[in-house]
Write a protein that binds this ligand. Structure first.
Ligand SMILES: *Cc1c(COP(=O)(O)O)cnc(C)c1O
Length: 301
């Protein structure tokens, strides 16, 4: 029994259009955005085992980290409320403390999350042992989950989606395509033995290769990972009219919403690779819809 309910397995839907036909590939979308209305997509998968571990440990509070638009804090706040666990969010940016909350942070507070704003300098220490010790003392020894929900336990939860796809498709696909933030989702699929085409959503995302391979325990993972760093559209949280157009066209063709921070950029990149002849005809690709639709920009609603 999962501590947090979820509609599993999430649907695997075929996407057929003139681009997939011209490229001769079988494209599917794994709709993890449909797992849960509040704890969406990869955040549900990443939190699953961490929540179970917290529950087992008897700890009543989780502390984690994120920015003002963090999908992870959003999901954690909702998950905490639904499972009776208190949550504390360490938020990057001291200057935000007295200001009007972003929609994300307003939601977090409404779910009961306590927000604690820290300077960018302090936030940079979020993996530092001494800093974590001091936070632990300050907040009464909470269970600490790293930024993005990315931990070893997260990999196991993400890996389960590969088994679901195997059951739905009758085999593993040749590739998964995944948007990358912290890299945990990509590492989870690699750890499950999958080939992954990964699209960082931030600028200069090349460093993520090492981060991902460090996370993935599998030593042959470097052979299974390709990183495409040119689809960030200016950086994290940035986008342009071309991306908006792509997202709206995609929604018209398939009645599937994408957002502009993660899934829109990944699908744009995938279609660009397709049109450039990256895939051999006969290739099967599963694009992972990681969710995040609460962050849809007004231009896309
Ligand atoms: C958090 C998030 C990601 C990034 O996942 P990582 O495991 O941090 O790489 C991708 N898509 C959506 C919608 C997200 O909310």
């Amino acid at each position: 029994m999962d501590l947090l309910s979820g509609a599993l397995p999430s649907p695997l839907v075929p996407l057929k259009d003139s681009w997939t036909q011209d490229a001769g590939i079988s494209l599917y979308m794994k709709r993890d955005d449909l797992i849960h209305p509040l704890v969406s997509g990869n955040k549900w998968r990443k939190l699953k085992y961490a929540l179970a571990d917290v529950h087992r440990s008897g700890n009543a509070t989780i502390l984690s980290f994120g920015g003002a638009y963090s999908n992870h804090l959003y999901a954690l706040a909702a998950a905490g409320r639904l499972t009776g666990i208190s949550t504390i969010g360490i938020v990057r940016g001291e200057e935000l403390a007295g200001k009007k909350r972003s929609d994300t942070l307003a939601f977090c507070e409404a779910q009961g999350m306590k927000l604690h704003f820290v300077s960018r300098e302090s936030y940079r220490l979020r993996y530092n042992r001494d800093y974590l010790e001091s936070l632990s003392r300050q907040f009464g020894k909470p269970y600490i989950i790293p930024e993005g929900g990315t931990s070893t336990m997260a990999l196991e939860g993400v890996g389960e989606l590969a088994q679901e796809v195997y059951d739905q498709l009758g085999r593993h696909p040749d590739y998964y395509t995944v948007p990358v933030g912290s890299g945990g989702t990509t590492a989870g699929l690699l750890s499950a033995g999958q080939q992954v085409l990964a699209f960082p959503v931030l600028k200069n995302g090349g460093f993520l290769k090492e981060v991902i391979l460090d996370l993935a325990s599998d030593h042959s993972a470097h052979l299974a990972l390709s990183l495409f760093t040119d689809y960030h559209f200016g950086g994290y949280g940035k986008w342009n009219p071309e991306l908006v157009r792509f997202i709206l066209d995609f929604r018209d063709r398939f009645q599937i919403p994408l957002e502009q921070i993660y899934t829109g950029k990944m699908m744009y990149g995938l279609y660009d690779l397709m049109s450039k002849g990256f895939f051999r005809p006969g290739t099967t690709v599963v694009a992972l819809h990681t969710g995040g639709l609460q962050g849809l920009d007004v231009a896309l609603r």
